[in-house]
Design a binder for this molecule. Structure first.
Ligand code: FES
Length: 140
């Protein structure tokens, strides 16, 4: 029988050391000016991020259909099982380089908490939510 402290337990996988930062990007986000019949801003940003991340092993770009921040497009997020997850809004398809640079700052932290002074302005203004690490200790 396995327990929560059993490292072999399927319910408590070990954090992925040196795992790439997952950069989530909403491919469904639409911005003012998007053509009705063309790719949405979120899809364009996803494409730009994927192209900019080619050959990098410190990030992986994951498109998702909605992050429920639809009024602040385009929405992105940084995730790692052992770190705080962050969700940000209000990016356009020219933001790929800044997003990847900030993802690298996130990846360099132990806990996902990039010091406020190091965060680019877009990541100060655009923060929507932060979510505790998956295995965070629960405070009662
Ligand atoms: S459509 Fe992008 S967050 Fe909902």
């Amino acid at each position: 029988m396995s327990s929560a402290s059993d490292p072999a337990s399927p319910s408590t996988p070990a954090p992925l050391a040196d795992a790439p930062v997952t950069v989530l990007v909403c491919t469904s986000c639409r911005r003012d000016g998007d053509a009705e019949d063309g790719p949405r801003a979120g899809a364009r940003l996803h494409e730009a991020l994927s192209a900019a991340a080619q050959g990098r092993d410190d990030v992986r770009i994951v498109g998702v259909e909605c992050l429920s921040v639809c009024k602040r497009p385009v929405t992105v997020g940084f995730a790692d099982p052992a770190k705080w997850t962050y969700v940000y809004g209000e990016f356009d398809d020219t933001a790929a380089a800044e997003i990847l640079a900030t993802a690298a700052l996130y990846g360099a932290t132990e806990d996902g908490l990039v010091p406020w002074k190091q965060r680019p302005t877009a990541f100060k203004k655009g923060v929507v939510a932060r979510i505790p690490p998956f295995f965070a200790e629960i405070r009662r």
